[in-house]
Design a protein around this ligand. Sequence first.
Ligand code: ATP
Length: 333
Amino acid sequence: MSGEIVLEGRNLTKHFTAARGPRGRFGKRPPVRAVEDVSLALRAGTVTALVGESGCGKSTVARLLAQVYPATSGEVLLRGERVRAHRGAAFRDYRRQVQLIFQDPFASLNPFHRVRYHLARPLRIHRHVRSNAHEQELVAELLERVSLTPVTQFMDKMPHELSGGQRQRVAIARALAVRPLALIADEPVSMLDVSIRLGVLRLLERLADESGLALLYITHDIASARYFAEDITVMYAGRLIESGDGESLTQSPAHPYTKLLLASAPDPGRVTPPETTRHGEPPSLIEPPSGCRFHPRCPVALPVCSERVPGRTELGEGRWTHCWQAEETALTR
Ligand SMILES: Nc1ncnc2c1ncn2[C@@H]1O[C@H](COP(=O)(O)OP(=O)(O)OP(=O)(O)O)[C@@H](O)[C@H]1O
């Protein structure tokens, strides 16, 4: 494990008010328990993957870390300092230092502006520009960093003249323009053509390495996480279930859900979503299962699994899991 901790979420919980569905006795809808007690640390120069199936709360964790909305409880720390302000200069500075990249590169660029505008704007807002020539130089530098070359050709392109992968590279360059400490990439390649996914992921990996960025790679595809991330954290139905260095976690997964994910994604070099269907459906987050939320789908569930939420079992070398089976094994070891 290398690099200082840059961004950290501690015991983050987010409950949303359900937009639809039956109301309770007092006319209130029950909350969607999207994220429950999630702690996650991102380190400088390191790619950390947050893996889980659709709807398990990954994007909510991303947005909590980026402070798009406040947590129901828990805290976010940037370089060890608790983020307190939710408006004003300190908060704007936080939003600069923690950048988000979204899934859809077609929605993220203004169709009426050229690439140059998209990159020059944040440079100007954050006062990195001294003159027009300097602006040109910085825009060219950013395009070079995301391998959109020859740069003069890309500067004057309109978004509709770019492919999905090229647009995603512009979105990445725009995030880099403000010189962030952390970059949160929420399914950054899942809408891109399979043939170009690898290139964009390699770019993100290189940027983390070269610039010392703390990078959170959010994905439903554990195969790509295994390939790119140093650390992997697995999430199921709003809760974290296992974490550790990518190599060891994927070689010897401790949690039955991680085993299931890996069994559905056998090819380590593949960056496409697994084709195989998994057993069962993810649970409702309005009335999640009691105890371990995975127990209704778990092939090795114990009676205690439906009764109590498993605590964290340390597995050594920074690895841990929340699983009653792992706890039993650890106790009998
Ligand atoms: N603003 C909101 N209001 C109400 N419920 C929400 C809101 N945002 C997310 N949710 C719910 O929270 C749960 C987690 O959603 P989230 O988008 O974080 O999951 P995800 O793992 O990122 O899924 P996907 O990969 O499909 O985006 C879902 O049940 C979702 O419907």
